[in-house]
Design a protein around this ligand. Structure first.
Ligand SMILES: [Zn+2]
Length: 334
């Protein structure tokens, strides 16, 4: 039984044939990655992101690394990482090299924070204080930090978090090209504000860890869910400050439930490989269709599935009109 409906993205531009090999473009140095958080088992939403990055790596004959993003120790679930590895293997998605865990890479983040010292300052604000000062400033819509501690801590205040000062004016505007969505622009000063690198609970912030890891692991191509599109400019800024290369980015649509919420453990998403269900029919084929890959439902074999899906992905990208927003697909829980 399929647990969701799916309508393909621009399915008229897709093919099912895997007979041609000339659509695969070997790209020397291509290294991609899938970077799940071990907050629960993989569900259909995270499978879509995993599949897109895996197919992109295969289509470029590149490497595909697996990185467990387990820095939020309050949200980690025991054994979720093992469950994720098992699910990927059951789907026939084999990673290259050793799996890495961000919790084992913290000296790298410490080193990066030191390197950024000139742009980093301590922040003593609690969430409530930040919310209150936004209200006083008449700003209710944004999540932008009001800059309270930018010029130093108020007397008697102790540092809680460490924030990175974003530039002013033109220097705050970051542009990058998304391979699917086209040109993207974000003004870090007016849309984001000074952001946290080390949290009040002592945990490393996602932005810093990702920027450091992608560079240190030689990631050339980042393929991930569009829920992370908004964080890309912050990572570009960190790359600039740290002298790191900028990978190519591609963001795929995220799967939502009937209420339009991103599928996650918090919104009740279930593991896609419960018990002895048929992952090919119940998870892989629907996920591929969600990505806009028109796949034959007659596929019965994992090897053939990945051959077909890789060819369909390569052709889908080749035909994707640049600069055109993709049609928002519909795939939601019943
Ligand atoms: Zn502050």
């Amino acid at each position: 039984m399929s647990v969701f409906n799916s309508t393909p993205v621009a399915s008229d531009t897709c093919v099912t044939s895997a007979t041609s090999t000339n659509i695969v473009s070997p790209t020397p140095g291509y290294t991609g990655r899938f970077a799940p958080s071990p907050t629960g088992p993989l569900h259909l939403g995270s499978l879509v992101a995993a599949m897109a990055s895996y197919l992109d790596a295969r289509a470029h004959q590149g490497r595909w690394l697996l990185r467990i993003e387990d820095l939020d120790f309050d949200r980690n679930v025991a054994d979720a990482d093992r469950h994720i590895l098992n699910s990927l293997q059951r789907c026939g998605m084999h990673w290259d090299g050793d799996v890495s865990w961000q919790s084992q890479r913290q000296p790298l983040y410490e080193q990066a924070l030191k390197q950024l010292a000139a742009q980093v300052y301590p922040c003593a604000c609690s969430r409530k204080e930040i919310a209150d000062s936004r209200l006083r400033a008449g700003s209710t819509a944004s999540q932008i930090y009001p800059g309270t501690c930018r010029t130093g801590l108020a007397p008697g205040k102790a540092p809680r978090a460490w924030r990175l000062r974003v530039p002013d004016g033109e220097a705050a505007v970051f542009q990058f090209e998304d391979r699917l969505l086209g040109a993207q622009t974000q003004d870090l000063a007016s849309e984001v504000g000074d952001f946290v690198l080390k949290r009040a609970d002592g945990f490393w912030a996602y932005q810093l860890a990702v920027a450091v890891d992608d560079a240190e692991q030689g990631i050339s191509h980042v393929v991930r869910g569009a829920d992370l599109l908004d964080s890309t400019a912050r990572q570009c800024y960190l790359q600039q400050l740290l002298g790191l290369p900028r990978p190519a980015y591609l963001h795929v649509p995220v799967v939502t439930n009937a209420d339009g919420e991103k599928l996650s453990k918090q919104t009740g998403a279930l593991a896609f490989d419960r018990g002895d269900n048929d992952v090919l029919q119940e998870a892989l084929l629907p996920a591929a269709r969600f990505l806009g890959l028109q796949m034959s439902p007659a596929v019965r074999d994992l090897h053939i599935f990945w051959e077909s899906a890789t060819a369909a992905w390569a052709q889908y990208l080749a035909r994707q009109p640049a600069q055109q927003p993709i049609q928002q697909p519909h795939m939601s829980l019943k």
